[in-house]
Ligand binder design. Structure first.
Ligand code: ME8
Length: 520
C-alpha cells in the first residue's frame, strides 16, 4: 500500500422497503462532502453506501405489493443508485445485503462467534415491533403497547432464539467510550449511550425462526433460523472493507489481520435513531470475533418540518429534493450542508432554502462572474503575469478554518469559512475598483495585480467549494482554463499567469420559484 493517508467512510444502508427520501439524502450528501473534502485534501478515500435488503419489513412490503422480496430489492436498489447519481454522490461501492459475497461474510462472522463460544441458545418471550425489527420489554411499551421508536402496536412472541453474549462486553465498551471522548460525536449522543450503559447490558438475540421469517441469511449452525436483520446489516461495513475472505479455511479468513483491507472504518455516519445499534451492538459483536472496532461514529440530527421528522411524503410542503429541478443539485446540497449544524436538528423551510441560495448566487456566483468578465474585458481573457497575493491572508485563514472545521466535523462552519473568503474577495473588488484602474494607463500594473489576485482566489474557492458543489465547481474550473478542480494544496500553488479564462452564464442564476426569502 502507498503511504497516502486513507479514510473509509460509510452511510447507513437504507431499507429497500421504501423510496429514497430527504433524510437518506442528507446523510448521504454529508458523507459525500466529507469524502470529497478528504480527497481534496490529498487522502485516499473509500466511500461506502448501499441497501439493507433482508428482514420482516422487506418481506411484508413485498407481500403487500404481490412481488418476491428480491424483486422489490432490485427495484429499490436501482432507485437509490439513481437518486445518488442525480445528487452527485461519489460513492466507491454500493453494497446490497443480498449479494453472495455479503452472505458468505455474515456466515463466516457468525461461525466465528459460535466457535469462540459467544453464542448460546435460549427462548425469547416478549414484545416485538415488526417495523423496527426490535424486541421490547413489558416496561418499555407501557400501557398502550406501542413501539418506543415508531409508535406502532407491538405483538407478543415466544420463540427459540440464539443469543450473542453482549453483556460480557459491557465493561470493555464503557472503557472504550470513556477513554475516547470523540469516539461518539456529538457529545450529547455519547452521553446518552453512556447513560444507557449504566443499566446492565442484556444479551442480544441474533436470530429469527424461519417459521416466522424466511427472508434472511441462514445461521451456519442451525438452518431453521435466519440472522437477525441488524446483525446481517451491520456486517455490510466489514464485507465491503475486503477484510474477510470466506472462501479460505476458518483460520485464514482474515479475522486475525486486517491490515491489507480498509477495515476498520474511519467513520460511520448515522442518524440518531440508529446510534445504539452502531455504538453498542456493532462494536461488541466485533469484540466478540476479535476484530478492531470503527474509529468514530457521527450521529446527526433530524430534518423536521414543524414538529414532524421528514422521512416521507411532505403533503403540501415543497420537497427539497424537487427543488433541484429548479435550482440544480448543488443548490440542494449547499442548503442541506450549510443550514444544519452538523449533529443538531434543523427545520426545513423553502424560505430558508431561498436565503441560502441567494448567498451562493450573490456572493460566490457574482464574484466568479465579475472577475472572469473583467479579465476578459480588460486583458482579452488572459490572466496577467503579476503579483497575486492581495488576498493571501484571507486565503490562508479560509483554508485553515475550513480544515479545522472539517476535522471537528462542523461541516456548516467549514463552508461558512469558504463563503467568507468569497465575501472578502468581493470587498477587495470594491476597494480596488478595477473599472477605475482600467481607465488610467498609469494603473495598468495595479490592474494586473487586481486581476491576478482575483484569478488566484477563484481557484482556491473552486477547491474549497468542490465538496459541496461539485458540478458548478467543475464548470468554474473549466472557465478558469483548468482541466479539473485542483486539490487544496494545488490550489494555492497553481500558476494561472497566461491562462485563458472563458466567461459564461451565471453559475447560480436568479430563479423565481414563486415565493420570497425571509430576512437573514
Ligand atoms: O435504519 N433527517 O434504514 P432507514 C435526517 N436499514 N436523517 C434522516 C431522516 C431525517 N428526517 N430520516 C431518515 C435503517 N434519516 C437501517 C440502517 S445500517 C447498518 C442499517 C436517515 O432506511 C438517517 O441517516 O430507516 C437515519 O439513520 C437513516 O436515514 C435511516 O434509514
Amino acid at each position: 500500500m502507498s503511504g497516502t493517508e486513507r479514510r473509509f467512510f460509510t452511510t447507513p444502508i437504507y431499507y429497500a422497503s421504501g423510496e429514497p427520501h430527504i433524510g437518506h439524502a442528507y446523510t448521504t450528501i454529508l458523507t459525500d462532502v466529507l469524502a470529497r473534502f478528504q480527497r481534496q485534501d490529498g487522502k485516499d478515500v473509500f466511500f461506502l453506501t448501499g441497501t439493507d435488503e433482508h428482514g420482516q419489513k422487506i418481506q411484508d412490503e413485498a407481500e403487500k405489493r404481490g412481488v418476491e422480496p428480491i424483486e422489490l430489492c432490485d427495484l429499490m436498489a436501482e432507485r437509490f443508485e439513481e437518486a445518488w447519481k442525480t445528487l452527485s454522490i461519489s460513492y466507491d461501492r454500493f453494497i446490497r445485503t443480498t449479494e453472495d459475497e455479503h452472505k458468505a461474510v455474515v456466515t463466516a462472522f457468525l461461525q466465528r462467534l459460535w466457535e469462540r463460544d459467544q453464542i448460546y441458545e435460549g427462548t425469547y418471550s416478549g414484545w416485538y415491533c415488526v417495523s423496527d425489527e426490535r424486541y421490547w420489554t413489558e416496561k418499555d411499551i407501557g400501557d398502550d403497547r406501542c413501539c418506543q421508536v415508531c409508535g406502532r402496536e407491538v405483538t407478543y412472541v415466544e420463540e427459540k432464539n440464539y443469543f450473542f453474549k453482549m453483556s460480557e462486553w459491557q465493561d470493555a465498551l464503557i472503557k472504550q467510550i470513556e477513554d475516547n471522548p470523540e469516539w461518539i460525536v456529538p457529545e450529547v449522543r455519547k452521553n446518552e449511550i453512556l447513560g444507557f450503559l449504566r443499566q446492565p447490558l442484556g444479551d442480544l438475540s441474533i436470530s429469527r425462526p424461519k417459521s416466522r421469517l424466511s427472508w434472511g441469511i441462514d445461521l451456519p449452525f442451525d438452518t431453521d433460523h435466519v440472522a437477525y436483520v441488524w446483525v446481517d446489516a451491520l456486517i455490510n461495513y466489514l464485507t465491503a472493507s475486503g477484510a474477510i475472505d470466506p472462501s479460505q479455511p476458518t483460520d485464514q479468513q482474515g479475522f486475525d489481520d486486517v491490515t491489507a483491507s480498509w477495515w476498520p472504518a474511519d467513520m460511520h455516519l448515522v442518524g440518531k435513531d440508529i446510534l445504539t445499534t452502531h455504538s453498542v451492538y456493532w462494536p461488541t459483536l466485533l469484540m466478540g470475533v476479535g476484530l478492531p472496532i470503527p474509529r468514530q461514529i457521527l450521529a446527526h440530527g433530524w430534518w423536521v418540518v414543524g414538529d414532524t421528522k421528514m422521512s416521507k411524503s411532505l403533503g403540501n410542503v415543497v420537497d427539497p429534493l424537487a427543488l433541484r429541478e429548479t435550482f440544480g443539485t448543488d443548490a440542494v446540497r449547499w442548503y442541506l450542508m450549510r443550514e444544519m449544524p452538523t449533529g443538531g436538528d434543523a427545520s426545513y423551510t423553502p424560505e430558508r432554502f431561498l436565503t441560502r441560495y441567494d448567498e451562493l448566487s450573490n456572493v460566490l456566483g457574482n464574484l466568479a462572474s465579475r472577475a472572469i468578465s473583467m479579465i476578459s474585458k480588460y486583458r482579452e481573457g488572459v490572466v496577467p503575469d503579476a503579483e497575486s497575493d492581495g488576498l493571501n491572508a484571507a486565503i490562508d485563514q479560509a483554508l485553515a478554518d475550513a480544515r479545522a472545521s472539517m476535522d471537528d466535523l462542523k461541516v456548516h462552519e467549514a463552508f461558512a469559512a469558504a463563503m467568507d473568503l468569497a465575501r472578502a474577495a468581493n470587498v477587495y473588488v470594491e476597494e480596488r475598483q478595477p473599472w477605475a484602474q482600467a481607465k488610467d494607463a498609469d494603473q495598468a500594473a495595479s490592474l494586473d495585480e487586481t486581476l491576478a489576485t482575483l484569478a488566484r482566489v477563484l481557484v482556491v474557492l473552486c477547491a474549497l467549494f468542490q465538496p459541496v458543489a461539485p458540478e458548478k465547481m467543475h464548470e468554474l474550473a473549466n472557465r478558469l482554463g483548468l482541466e479539473g478542480v485542483p486539490t487544496l494544496d494545488e490550489a494555492v500553488t497553481v500558476g494561472l499567469a497566461g491562462q485563458t479564462v472563458t466567461p459564461g452564464s451565471p453559475l447560480f442564476p436568479r430563479v423565481d420559484p414563486g415565493w420570497t426569502a425571509d430576512a437573514e
